[in-house]
Write a protein that binds this ligand. Sequence first.
Ligand SMILES: NC(=O)c1ccc[n+]([C@@H]2O[C@H](COP(=O)([O-])OP(=O)(O)OC[C@H]3O[C@@H](n4cnc5c(N)ncnc54)[C@H](OP(=O)(O)O)[C@@H]3O)[C@@H](O)[C@H]2O)c1
Length: 314
Amino acid sequence: MVSEVSGKWLITGANGNLGRRLIVYLLKSTRDDIVAVVRSDKALQTMQRLTSPGGDLSEVYSTRLAVVVADYTNVAQLQGAAQGCDKAVHLVGILKATTISTYQAAHEDSCLALVEALAATSVDHITYLSIVGSRPDAANACLASKGQAEVILASGGPSSCTLRVPMVLGEGDYASGALRRRATGNNGFVFRGESLEQPIYAGDVVNAICAASTQQLVGGYDLGGPECLTRKQLYQRGADLFEKTPIFVSLPIGVGYLVAWVLEQFLGNPPITTAMLGVLDHDDNIDSEPTMKLLGMEKLTSLDATLEAVLAAR
Ligand SMILES: NC(=O)c1ccc[n+]([C@@H]2O[C@H](COP(=O)([O-])OP(=O)(O)OC[C@H]3O[C@@H](n4cnc5c(N)ncnc54)[C@H](OP(=O)(O)O)[C@@H]3O)[C@@H](O)[C@H]2O)c1
């Protein structure tokens, strides 16, 4: 339903999977204006294509979407972008750190700059997306960095809400592509096939962000998908859609950590890292009811409907 009152959103990390999805949703279902912040000219062009002929959105929406290139650690640039906005959604984040792209810069430094920048603007609430298991004292470097970022947001500037989600599945995103490859293959290996997954549909995450933001919810909340199952079971549920029964050999996670550690010693940008593997290996088994209640969400998209939507999409 289109609200009578219009607002103005600042969205950082706007060119990512969830950023683009959130923007399309807001433009189509509200009268709100959006300032989409990205960090490169390439991302700027991606965003501009959204409202160009042949893009996901009609050109009429372009008047409500401004795209700004900024450095996420530059207070003045963020402050300039936020002028006139009343709420912010911070979607900057990485799963894999490299020698030139650190967790500290992507998570803590970007949050420090955002809090400082927004303190002198009309933005009075920030919604942040984090990962289930994030805590400042987590042993895993990615989860600890996300946890630190949450603390930074909670400790100053506008009020803030963190939604901690597990694996997100959306049409055309990386995780869904990887799951599709597993589901359509004949066999493969999986690290610790018994680890618990609780995937959530990207559309539900966008709804949760909008609810947290419009209600100005404060604090940190876990929100997982409607079903918890083992990784092997998840792969088979995907394969069921293609009427396949692939054979997955489960390898001990220690083997994965060893491979990742060796790669990290030799490559500046290894395909997998120990921290990334630790996040993916986290057992996700969350009771989402309390968070859903707070957000006013009656139900989540079923796993079957999610898999049908994301595995069919290319
Ligand atoms: N998708 C999931 O399964 C999932 C699960 C839990 C939590 N989350 C969190 O949700 C948020 C959005 O997720 P998403 O799926 O939309 O992610 P995404 O598609 O990977 O987008 C991430 C955004 O962060 C920016 N970014 C990446 N590395 C950066 C760095 N080193 N410094 C500054 N900016 C950087 C990217 O910009 P460039 O395009 O320029 O690199 C992009 O705008 C992230 O914070 C993520 O941690 C996602």
